[in-house]
Write a protein that binds this ligand. Structure first.
Ligand code: M6R
Length: 612
């Protein structure tokens, strides 16, 4: 949700920042802008639209500088337009700021500033903040750094901000609360960004800035202070990401690349943890907390979007394997309804980015009430990972496409491992079933690779149905959350209205939608609900709906009923969602592409939702 990037050093800063913005564009792409400080002169260029439009806009302009900040926006305050694009300037034009997050009390601050004669040229909270800092600087006769510190004590909300100051052309200021900020440490240069992707090609040494810290960054010096002006020691970590992981590698889109990476990413999420031959399962991240999980009165999974769907699958898994009650909550609802939660509860926060604001606040409030928090995150060092008492990384590698694909299957694999580990320790699973599921998980990457061979067939199906106005996705049991995920993928990528439902629930309302124009996707692999879902297919066919069925190889019944059949390899029902979701990801992808849409950056979306 907004990407920020900055460079200070000896190189030309603009090419570094613009390349960084392209890498961060998945976080927001309503408008983009840069502020370049060339000696004592500030040049600000900004443009509505994607980064490419900014690049066109700056052709022929003065781009020279060794210090620059940049921003790619996902609009919160004010429509996407040139005027609201970042960077924003202070009233005297000497300070430029980019910001990711929301200043919740900006209305009050703006009122105060207006009464002091400030004028604003945008609708943003960011412009208010930079004016506020300038006002403090003027009235207190202090440095920009001091004014920033004073201002942040009054600010309510979440932010990462970067500031350049015409009067201090060798210093970049940064501050963080609630939104991510990574600083890459080079030789005589520093790189700042919302995540490591703009940094990885220059340096592997990074510092993750903590909440309430201010960074004073020069080319060859990095000083971290807390909000009380006390020096903090920067903790330098090594990045474990290769450049190839954040490039398209010959694919037309990141989404397609990430779909096709899944045999490998699922393997990576299991590697070092699952040893089916030896009948062993190790989860280092949970070592000290397995007992707490085993004894949990209740497990509450909090997440959003696709991660919430993974949580729903985990509910089925954990309840079946561990006999512990599981609730799956939308993080945003859980946080604000004053839930009954406390000691004895274990919260599992599931998140690809590890930065989703709703999930973070849900965890924080449960932690305050005494619950144990486990994180299932993809991004190493992310806020959710750091806020958790313990956790397991999904190791799917950087996911750039806005629609989550490989993160989902890695989450399912890791959540299955957690369920199996607890069940084994608790004694709620037989050795035979435990071994069977280890074997199934060991084989799942190969089965996903087989499912990916259906790509061309699915492309043809996509062509047949791409003009439908609505879609219904139905599944039962473990495949119900897969139906939800399939519908979400289609909505995001193709802007076609799609609903996911438990197949049996269809009779209680959605069946009214069924006619010869409605494609209904059934996730109907062989499992304990199979006979029931066959009846549901009949109910749709009786009303002339068009059925696209995901079935298991060897199925003799459904192919005779459905209009289109997609056959995936057989698997235990607990593992099947990892395979049955693959055709749904491909179907959404191809429909989006056939409709000529930007599948990597769908309308109105952002990869990482860092505002509540
Ligand atoms: O990074 P997270 O997993 O916490 O993100 C949660 C949702 O914002 C995310 O899954 C979103 O729904 C995706 N666009 C789904 O494709």
């Amino acid at each position: 949700m907004c990407g920020i990037v900055a460079y200070i050093g000896k190189r030309e800063a603009y090419p570094v920042v613009i390349k960084g913005l392209r890498r961060l564009e998945y976080r927001g792409y309503d408008s983009a802008g840069v502020a370049l400080l060339n000696g004592g002169k500030l040049n600000v260029y900004k443009k509505k639209g994607k980064v490419a439009e900014l690049e066109d806009h700056v052709v022929g302009k003065d781009l020279h500088s060794v210090l620059a900040i940049g921003h790619t926006r996902w609009a919160t305050h004010g429509e996407p337009c040139d005027r609201n694009a970042h960077p924003h300037l202070s009233g005297d034009g000497k300070l430029a700021m980019v910001h990711n997050g929301i200043i919740e009390n900006y209305g009050q601050l703006k009122k105060e500033l207006l009464s002091k004669g400030h004028q604003f040229s945008s609708d943003t909270d960011t412009e208010v903040l930079i004016h506020f800092i300038q006002e403090i600087k003027k009235s207190n006769q202090c440095s920009t750094e001091e004014a920033l510190r004073i201002a942040l004590k009054r600010v309510v909300g979440a932010y990462v901000i970067l500031i350049v100051d015409e009067d201090n052309p060798d210093t970049l200021l940064a501050a963080r609360k609630g939104s991510p900020l990574v600083i890459g440490v080079g030789k005589g240069e520093h790189f700042l960004a919302s995540d490591a992707s703009p940094i990885v090609e220059y340096t592997k040494e990074v510092v993750y800035v903590n909440d309430y810290e201010i960074a004073i960054v020069k080319a060859d010096e990095l000083i971290l202070k807390n909000i009380s002006n006390e020096i903090q020691t920067p903790y330098i970590q090594k990045l474990d990401v290769e450049l190839a992981a954040i490039e398209k590698g010959g694919y037309d889109h990141f989404m397609l690349k990430e779909i096709f990476e899944q045999p490998q990413t699922i393997f990576d999420s299991l590697r070092g943890r699952l040893d089916a031959k030896a009948g062993k399962l190790t989860l280092g991240g949970l070592r000290e907390h397995t007992d707490l999980l085993k004894e949990a009165k209740r497990i509450i999974i909090v997440a959003c979007g696709t991660s919430w769907h993974a949580g729903l699958v985990a509910e089925y898994m954990i309840e079946e394997l561990c006999r512990i009650p599981v609730e799956v909550e939308y993080a945003s609802e859980f946080r604000y309804r004053n839930p009954v939660v406390g000691k004895g509860d274990v919260i599992i926060a599931v998140s690809q980015s590890g930065e989703t604001a709703d999930t973070l606040v849900a965890m924080e409030s449960a932690k305050e009430k005494g619950a144990i928090i486990l994180g299932v995150c993809n991004v190493v060092g992310s806020s959710i990972a750091r806020l958790s008492h313990a956790g397991v990384y999904t190791h799917a590698g950087p996911e750039i496409g806005v629609a989550s694909t490989k993160a989902f299957t890695a989450q399912l694999a890791v959540l299955a491992l957690i369920g199996l580990k607890v069940a084994m320790e608790k004694g709620t699973i037989t050795e035979q079933r435990f071994q069977h599921l280890l074997d199934e998980l060991e084989d799942v990457s190969d089965k996903v690779a087989i499912a990916l061979e259906l790509n061309e067939q699915i492309k043809k199906i996509a062509d047949k149905y791409k003009d439908a106005r609505d879609f219904l996705y139905l599944g039962r049991g473990y495949n119900f959350p897969v139906a939800l995920e399939g519908a979400l993928k289609l909505k995001e990528i193709s802007y076609i209205h799609a609903e996911g439902y438990p197949a049996a629930e269809m009779k209680h309302g959605p069946i009214a939608l069924v006619d010869e124009n409605l494609p209904v996707v059934f996730v109907a692999t062989k499992d304990s609900y199979y006979e029931k879902i066959v009846s549901n297919i009949q109910e749709i066919k009786a009303r002339k709906g068009m059925v696209i069925a995901i079935t298991t190889e060897g199925d003799q019944v459904i192919p005779g009923m459905a209009d289109d059949v997609i056959v995936v390899p057989e698997a235990d029902e607990l593992v099947a969602p990892i395979i049955s979701v693959i055709p749904l990801q491909l179907l959404a992808y191809h429909i989006g592409v056939l409709k000529g849409l930007d599948v990597d950056k769908p309308r109105n979306l952002a990869k990482s939702v860092t505002v509540e």
